[in-house]
Design a binder for this molecule. Structure first.
Ligand SMILES: [Zn+2]
Length: 100
């Protein structure tokens, strides 16, 4: 879970908030002082997620090639683990999207 210092629109406290993402999209923020949550409208977020996921998939081969050229040794070393993590990562994103 990512955290950031924001000003809460409910309690007015400038403090830590938890930021929840679905892929690269911000799903919601939660004020750790009072628990107030701000979230995207679920239908709009799901549409945006599908568009973003299509973009991620389309650009993945190019990103992999650039990473392999930049750091070939660590790229090949990390590749199996990265591939194995993808289904779990995607399942987590879908759980976040459809929890609402
Ligand atoms: Zn608050």
């Amino acid at each position: 879970m990512t955290r950031a210092v924001l000003t809460c629109s409910a309690c007015g406290v400038e403090g830590e908030h938890e930021l929840r993402y679905a892929g690269r999209l911000l799903h919601s923020t939660c004020c750790l002082a009072c628990g107030h949550e701000v979230r995207h409208e679920p239908h709009d977020l799901r549409i945006a997620y599908v568009h973003d996921l299509a973009h991620r998939v389309a650009t993945k081969p190019g990103r992999l090639v650039r990473r392999a050229r930049r750091r070939p040794a660590s790229f090949w070393w990390d590749l199996p683990g990265a591939v194995l993590r993808q289904p779990r990562k995607l399942a987590g994103e879908l759980r976040t999207l459809f929890r609402d």
